[in-house]
Design a protein around this ligand. Structure first.
Ligand code: COA
Length: 132
């Protein structure tokens, strides 16, 4: 489900090993055993925040609210974990996030550990949403 969006550059490439290693960080929506939407949540507890990554809805069911449902579940998970906010790095979908309460911040805002991994070639925008 993620692969076509890696190929067109919307999402950063993740290996199968990486996804299997991190599978516990994913929230999914499934209908009749088929996954239609997902997102991962990577916490940075020292900064009381977490990154939502790889948010994807299958093309055949886009624009039917699954993206928003995944976001709500991710927000709940972050809140239950005692975090103050979630953030995303995006190159193409800024409008979708802004409409759902995210605000753009400078990349300097990122937790130190995430800043070190920031890919300057992608020039992603950093968007933050309060969940507390
Ligand atoms: C962006 C995305 C997660 C939204 O999920 P969704 O279930 O389609 O969206 P929802 O039904 O919750 O919301 C509908 C809105 O999404 C917009 N939308 C639908 N497909 C979209 C797409 N491919 N890219 C951007 N926005 C999209 C609709 O126009 C609608 O906009 P509106 O709120 O202004 O009316 C989903 O379209 C997707 O997987 N896109 C490709 C991967 C991607 O861009 N991920 C984010 C990377 S940071």
């Amino acid at each position: 489900m993620i692969e076509p969006f890696e190929k067109d550059g919307t999402l950063v490439k993740r290996s199968r090993t990486e996804i299997e290693r991190d599978v516990g960080t994913y929230t999914v929506i499934e209908h009749d055993g088929v996954i239609f939407a997902c997102a991962a949540l990577y916490p940075y507890p020292e900064a009381r925040t977490a990154e939502m990554a790889a948010l994807t809805v299958s093309p055949q069911v886009q624009s039917q609210g699954d993206g928003e449902r995944v976001l709500k579940r991710i927000e709940q998970r972050a809140k239950l974990a005692g975090l103050d906010s979630i953030f995303v790095l995006t190159t193409r979908t800024m409008h979708w996030f802004i409409k759902r309460g995210f605000e753009q911040v400078d990349h300097e805002w990122l937790p130190e550990a995430r800043k070190r991994k920031y890919n300057w070639d992608r020039k992603s925008r950093v968007l933050v949403k309060n969940v507390s």
